[in-house]
Design a protein around this ligand. Structure first.
Ligand code: NDP
Length: 330
């Protein structure tokens, strides 16, 4: 008899989609040349959208959600991996068009996997997860633009969320003066603990943006889009840059070209899902060197497999702080 493992499965219904707890076997998994025993997964904003069906993140049914996971290879027909290797996966459409990490076993293309950096346990890799790895990509994008510590204040929006928390921590540890924008004033102590020098209320960025405002930021990491990003762009110093990776405020960008053509501001798009392997490996290497693991633990909460649907609702409501890891039962 084929062994079964617990999983969430999203199926299409007449009204939309439904996420259910099921027992699956490896026969239920999709094509791939590496099979992984999933040890930890994480809850990302996109997982919240997939679990609740509030946005059409899942585009193939039935499908196991979970855009990232870390675990141990059980079987491999890929030259890069052998049984027993520890691996980490982020993106590549996993949890969207290919079954993902909210299951005891995952089968994926080996080309999508990164060897788990030696410094990290599976749990730590997922505490970083897609949000943390994206935060590193945002920092790398700003550095490629020429940003160095001492340039001035760096704004991080959605600072109490997953990408934001890791970005604050990484930038502060590298010597940048970080200003954290949050809608949760009660998280002031948490954010200063991560290294933020100053906290600003995110409502400062929620109104309609002027084409140009007073220059305030040498650079910014933005997870929000919408009016937030438009306002941030209008306040970036001459020659500065914004790494934009998210849409927690809105998918729209009601901005003027003035910051680009009058201040030479650069808008740097950051995508983690299809980022090439060499960039991923570089990001993970940098995280190994630059992320303070005590700080990572401080921003991480572990939940049980049963708690995922409720946590999915909470992350969309902006009620989850930092990172949430999920222990996957065997
Ligand atoms: P979280 O839910 O953990 O954090 C998002 C944070 O955004 C919230 O905690 C809140 O922070 C802030 N926020 C919520 N609503 C609004 C609003 N209306 N206006 C301004 N700020 C708001 O999500 P993640 O950190 O995991 O992801 C953040 C964004 O980045 C998401 O949109 C996600 O889809 C995207 N993303 C993109 C990736 C890519 O590859 N491009 C990869 C990973 C994530 P606070 O309470 O501090 O204000």
């Amino acid at each position: 008899m084929t062994e079964t493992f617990p999983a969430y499965l999203i199926s299409k219904t007449d009204d939309g989609q439904i996420a259910e707890r099921r027992k699956l076997s490896t026969d239920d998994l999709m094509e791939g040349d590496v099979t992984v025993k999933v040890e930890y997964s994480a809850l990302n904003y996109k997982d919240g959208l997939a679990l609740t069906g509030k946005a059409p993140v899942v585009r193939r049914f039935p499908l196991v959600p979970g855009i990232d996971f870390a675990g141990e290879v059980i079987e491999s027909a890929n030259d890069r991996f052998n049984a027993g290797d520890k691996v980490v996966l982020n993106g590549f459409g996993v949890g969207e068009v290919h079954s993902g990490g909210f299951a005891g076993v995952a089968r994926v293309k080996g080309d999508w996997l990164v060897p788990l950096p030696g410094t990290f346990s599976s749990r730590q890799a997922m505490a970083i997860g897609t949000a943390g790895y994206t935060a590193m990509l945002c920092v790398m994008a700003l550095e490629s633009h020429g940003l160095t510590p001492g340039a001035g204040d760096i704004l991080v929006t959605g600072a109490a969320g997953g990408v934001g928390s890791v970005a604050v921590s990484l930038l502060a540890r590298s010597g940048y003066r970080v200003v954290a924008s949050t809608g949760r004033p009660e998280e002031q102590e948490y954010l200063t603990g991560l290294g933020a020098a100053e906290i600003v209320d995110r409502h400062e960025f929620s109104g309609k943006a002027k084409p140009l405002s007073r220059e305030r930021w040498a650079a910014a990491v933005d997870v929000a889009g919408g009016n937030t990003l438009a306002n941030v762009l209008s306040q970036v110093n001459y020659g500065g840059a914004v790494s934009a990776c998210g849409l927690a405020d809105s998918m729209e960008l009601p901005a003027s070209v003035a910051p680009f053509i009058l201040r030479g501001v650069a808008l740097l798009g950051v995508d983690s899902v299809m980022a090439p392997l060499d960039k991923r490996e570089q990001a993970w290497r940098r995280l190994e060197k630059e992320l303070d693991l005590d700080m990572l633990e401080r921003m991480t909460v572990e939940i049980g497999f049963d708690e995922l649907p409720q946590a999915g609702e909470q992350i969309l409501a902006g009620k989850i702080r930092g990172r949430t890891v999920v222990k996957i039962p065997g």
